[in-house]
Design a protein around this ligand. Structure first.
Ligand code: DC
Length: 230
């Protein structure tokens, strides 16, 4: 906590509510919200468009020099992702890109390629950053680390509700299968696997409403940094 800026690292499995909670908490304290999954999704989209098989680590690595990935914030504060100048913020949310993102994120060269971009954000602003390795690798000195989880059933139900709202056609079983496969892949990879930092606060939101989860995380931020909400 030597920097002039506060860093909050939120890690956890898919569907734990990280992005919604992190975004709301960041807004309340005037911090920038950084969704690092969106950055991996952008590489995943590039791999899919290049026709690369998800498992081909070498082909993914060879693609990296051709990629220009940029992150920006719209007037409403929403994070936008650009791939070689194109706004791909909507395209990276297609369900099949989740699995691509998970596959490319296991490639060490991809993680190295994206590391500075994530760290630089925390050098120039107070941030709430969410992902899988924020507390362990990206911001090991973050002033507050939270590992957010919930039961697989609760996570799958939340993810299903989101997808149905977007008009996607899928079942609870499909969502659960995809989510568990992605979690296993993210947790079992050699490079920066999904895991809680030793000094992370563990938060299980299975029985919390969204509002209660946001309140809980804001309470941790208030206490840790001795801050009031804006
Ligand atoms: O948070 P998300 O579901 O949008 O992330 C998509 C994938 O990106 C996830 O399955 C694993 C990868 N990821 C990662 O490896 N490290 C991060 N810090 C964030 C995401």
């Amino acid at each position: 906590m030597n920097s002039a800026y506060c860093s909050v690292a939120i890690d956890g499995p898919a569907g734990a509510g990280k992005s919604t909670i992190a975004k709301a908490a960041a807004a309340r304290f005037g911090f920038i919200y950084v969704d690092t999954g969106a950055i991996y999704r952008t590489v995943g989209l590039a791999a899919q468009r290049a026709g690369i098989d998800r498992a081909e680590a070498e082909a993914v690595t060879a693609l990296l020099p051709e990629l220009s990935i940029r992150m920006d914030y719209g007037p409403d504060g929403t994070q936008r992702m650009f791939l070689n100048g194109e706004d791909v913020s909507a395209a990276i949310r297609q369900p099949e890109i989740s699995m691509y993102a998970s596959a490319v994120s296991a490639v060490p060269a991809v993680r190295a390629f994206l590391l500075d971009m994530q760290r630089d954000m925390a050098k120039t602003s107070s941030v709430v950053m969410d992902g899988r390795d924020i507390g362990t690798v990206v911001l090991p000195d973050a002033g507050l680390k939270i590992f957010l989880t919930a039961s697989a059933e609760a996570r799958a139900k939340r993810r299903l509700a989101e997808l149905l709202q977007k008009g996607e056609d899928c079942t609870l079983q499909q969502v659960m299968d995809d989510m568990l496969q992605r979690d296993a892949q993210d947790a079992n990879r050699a490079a920066a696997p999904l895991r809680a930092a030793e000094d992370a606060v563990l938060a299980d939101t299975t029985d919390f409403t969204l509002e209660e989860s946001i309140e809980y995380v804001c309470g941790l931020i208030r206490e840790r940094f001795d801050l009031e909400e804006k």
